[in-house]
Write a protein of this length. Structure first.
Length: 196
């Protein structure tokens, strides 16, 4: 029964080693997919390369289906899996800020690390800006704490939020992903034709 760390199947040190190996592997595959390049990432905002959207929805669907089946078979206890609490207004505002930064800089925080590790100068600037933003947020926190904590919904999952079964939510997310794949393909073809 997972999660293994929660049940003391391995030590904190082993957990850090596993996290390091997973992080390096994740970064390696991001780079292999071309996500260490701000040019490739920025193309999604011009609807010319929707690879990022497809990869993200694929990972969401694989993780969601995997967790649903692992829970169904009793291989994982979802009540023991930590989920970040939802603070809806802070996360909406933070998402908008992150989105604007992504459009302007061509990186999200994770891909900026990948770009920096592979020596891309623009990624160093973006990563430096992200770290500076975190510092400013930390210093300003007493003034924005009320906003940060507003809309606290706790550690809520989509089935609880929409009062639907896990299976129905998984099915709806799969349908959404299929729609996004077809929509992404349509946009890529449309904007390629306009370029030609």
């Amino acid at each position: 029964m997972a999660p293994f760390y929660k049940f003391d199947y391995f030590s904190e040190g082993t957990g850090f080693i596993i996290a390091l190996l997973l992080g390096v592997s994740f970064g390696f595959w991001l780079e292999r997919a071309g996500f260490g390049s701000s040019k490739k990432l920025a193309l999604q905002f011009y609807f010319r390369d929707m690879t990022v959207l497809k990869v993200m929805f694929t990972s969401i669907v694989v993780a969601m289906v995997g967790l649903a089946f692992f829970t169904l078979f009793g291989w994982i206890d979802m009540t023991a899996v930590y989920i970040n609490p939802t603070y809806i207004w802070a996360q909406v505002i933070g998402g908008l800020i992150l989105g604007v930064g992504f459009v302007v800089g061509g990186y999200c925080p994770g891909t900026s690390v990948v770009g920096a590790v592979t020596g891309r100068i623009d990624a160093y600037f973006f990563l430096g800006g992200a770290l500076f933003g975190m510092f400013i947020f930390g210093e300003m926190f007493p003034w924005v704490e009320d906003l940060f904590l507003s809309g606290n919904m706790g550690a809520i999952r989509l089935p609880e939020l929409f009062n639907l079964s896990t299976g129905v939510v998984v099915f709806l997310v799969i349908l959404l992903a299929i729609g996004m794949f077809y929509g992404g393909e349509w946009l890529e073809n449309k904007f390629r034709e306009e370029e030609a």
